[in-house]
Design a protein around this ligand. Sequence first.
Ligand code: SF4
Ligand code: SF4
Ligand code: FES
Length: 243
Amino acid sequence: MADSNETLTVRLWRGDATEGDYHTFTVPRRENQTVLDVVTEIQRRHAPDLAYRFACRVGVCGSCAMMVNDTPRWTCRTHVSKVAGDGTLTVGPLRNMPVIRDLVADMTEFFDKWQKAGGRFQGSRTRAEPMAEVDTTSKARRHADASIECINCGVCYAACDVVGWDKDYLGPAALTRAWTLLNDTRHADQRGTLDRAMDQGGCGSCHTQGNCMRACPVGISPTGAIAGIKRMSLLDFLGMRGR
Ligand code: SF4
Ligand code: SF4
Ligand code: FES
């Protein structure tokens, strides 16, 4: 049997949307090794046709997310020493999304829901007008800033149980984006964004248990954002929004 201090036993999902299985590989342990390093080593030395995604390798692009021992993670910033204490790793494509091939999940639905939630900023001024000023010390701006660093990795989406059984649910990332826009005083379509976030498949479906918040690698709280939208909607209903 391989020594878990010197080697890792890695089970990797190989397959497509219709069928597949976990294949087992043995990889040497290395100092400061990340899960993405392990996947790359397997692709280079054992499985040249392995499909997986990455780009920046430094936690910026959001493309390298996978299931690691049943937990969604950004693999380029996940050290093996943190997740494979017993010398074993199981790596698969992100949950709650169809599989394209091997470790590559199809994120079409994830981004479609962003669009459905109205995730696009709509300015209220023309080029001829002076630039809008933003009060950087306001409470609204602090809320917007807290969520603006989302890297669209899909980790929260894979962590969310409600997404798993309600395909209409917009999910944590799209609703967090809506919260950012609702706190951006320059965003013109406040009414449309709030209505979409509270419509069928929106904030009302969230169970507020915080799986998304615990999983987010950059420390964003979709749970808090969704609670904020619900609070804003109530104040709006009572005619007290903005007070
Ligand atoms: S708190 Fe809401 S968005 Fe987050 S995982 Fe739970 S149901 Fe999903
Ligand atoms: S909220 Fe966090 S986990 Fe979700 S997509 Fe953005 S960065 Fe990733
Ligand atoms: S490769 Fe860009 S975030 Fe991991």
